[in-house]
Design a protein around this ligand. Structure first.
Ligand code: ADP
Ligand code: MG
Length: 455
């Protein structure tokens, strides 16, 4: 009895500290949607037992966080072999959980995965990546790298804003390559981890194994390379690693939040090296892409959302796919807990904070100001009734961007442009959509404006 009590107590303590780490890592929203609802029960035969309120949650938590929790726990207690989640049903009765759980129980059982798998998210595959205009170049380049026997471009440099799929694509390359050739030595790590490993090697006064390890891989992928800006010796080491691998014709894939030429503070020689292969950018998502992503995810999560809720999400949550996922998982959690589908009103209510955050991001005034500057017209021309092409065009572009980058409705946008009718706004959007098809310099203008408004 004493023993059991002790076991629970120390387990509780470990679990609380792991929960804090998880909260840090995944953020408040994801944490309270899922992880908070997982309760520790006991440790039995080196298996940690948790309770979750529904079967859906049990599946979700195990597939999304199971390995992570297990490896965190094993850092504190090596003897732990597995985790198991039991579904209980305490919403309707007040009985003790133990007497009340259903027979559903699931474990992950993957005690000794190698480093390769530990570093990679099993959900990030090509199959689960939705391709649209904004990411098709990056996607095809990654597929080429994954499927080629030779080295198609070195390095492949991926860049784009946060939450747009860079990490996802890199993991997808790794999974695919490994599938084609299990012997292929692949190393994926963040630039931060690279620095950390390098410093560790320096501290131990032996950098040889570090160098050897990195220089022996067939494919090296470094994520978020902007992290090493300003870290001189890490940059230098990275430069040498890069050259050594390039000399042996080994493939490298690098990601960053900006293009090599825009990464201020990066050493010149490294910058030119990074830009000498294929540079592929991932643009902000389009409405259509967001729709397809939502459709794919709700199918995977196996939740039903009505068309108006799906369209509402695609319109309102525009900043990144990560936020879109955050919104969807929150709705999914609600559906499984309450057991009812969400309508538009409930969705708005549940996502209030996310919606407010994305509303704050860009305002129509900011868009008008930026566009006016960019095309060298007066701010007042955004509201004026002048129709000459050199004024009307920028105005249409500003309307187009207002629809894409804010959550304002068409009539609201019309009002902001000197009290125009919503049909004028529709016309402007159509027009711009048509023009960009054949006018690449206009497409580029829009791209530049979008980026600078969203940064
Ligand atoms: P980044 O590394 O660019 O910040 P991530 O690759 O981490 O972004 O993507 C954030 C989340 O969005 C991930 O869960 C990823 O699976 C998802 N995601 C991003 N782009 C897509 C896409 N085109 N299709 C499906 N999921 C996507
Ligand atoms: Mg990333």
């Amino acid at each position: 009895m004493e023993n059991i009590k002790k076991n629970i107590e120390s387990g509780e303590i470990v679990w609380s500290s792991i929960k804090l780490q998880l909260k840090d890592e995944y953020g408040e929203t994801e944490y309270s949607n899922w992880l908070k609802l997982l309760t520790f029960s006991k440790i039995e035969k080196e298996i940690i037992i948790f309770y979750a309120p529904t079967k859906f949650m049990c599946d979700w938590i195990l597939s999304h966080y199971g390995k992570k929790i297990l490896s965190m726990w094993r850092e504190k207690n090596k003897s732990i072999k597995d985790i198991s989640v039991i579904v209980y049903n305490d919403s309707k009765t007040n009985k003790r959980k133990d007497e009340n759980y259903t027979s559903f129980k699931k474990t992950i059982s993957s005690p000794e995965t190698d480093d390769f798998e530990n570093n990679l998210d099993p959900r990030f595959t090509f199959k689960d990546f939705v391709v649209g205009k904004s990411n098709e170049l990056a996607f095809s380049a990654c597929r080429r790298v994954a499927d080629s026997v030779d080295v198609p471009f070195n390095p492949l440099f991926l860049y784009g804003g946060v939450g747009l799929g860079k990490t996802h694509l890199m993991h997808a390359i790794a999974w695919q390559r490994k599938k084609l050739n299990p012997k292929f030595k692949i190393m994926y790590l963040s630039a931060e981890k690279f620095m950390y490993e390098f410093i560790k090697a320096i501290r131990s006064k032996n950098t040889v194994p570090f160098k050897e390890e990195f220089r022996s891989v067939n494919l090296l992928m470094i994520d978020d390379v902007q992290f090493i800006i300003g870290k001189e010796s890490t940059q230098e080491e990275f430069f040498h690693t890069f050259n050594a691998l390039a000399d042996q014709n080994r493939q490298m894939v690098i990601s960053a939040d900006k293009s090599p030429s825009d990464l201020e503070g990066l050493e010149e020689r490294l910058r030119s090296r990074l830009g000498c292969g294929l540079v592929a950018d991932i643009h902000p998502t389009t409405y259509e892409l967001r729709l397809s992503i939502i459709e794919l995810k709700i199918e995977k999560y196996n939740i039903a959302l009505s068309k108006d809720v799906i369209e509402f999400l695609a319109h309102k949550i525009t900043s990144s796919v990560r936020e879109l996922e955050g919104a969807l998982t929150r709705l999914a959690a609600h559906v499984t807990l309450v057991g009812r589908t969400v309508n538009l009103e409930i969705a708005e209510d549940l996502l209030q904070d996310l919606l407010r955050a994305s509303d704050r991001r860009t305002t129509i005034d900011q868009i008008q100001k930026k566009v006016a500057e960019h095309f060298n017209v007066k701010m007042s021309d955004m509201h004026s009734s002048r129709r000459s092409r050199n004024i009307a065009r920028p105005r249409q572009i500003a309307m187009f961007l207002s629809k894409n980058l804010t959550t304002r409705s068409l009539p609201e946008i019309g009002r902001k442009f000197g009290g125009r009718d919503h049909t004028t706004v529709i016309h402007a959007i159509k027009k711009v959509n048509e023009l960009v098809k054949n006018d690449s310099s206009l497409a580029e203008d829009i791209e530049i404006l979008t980026r600078s408004l969203q940064s």
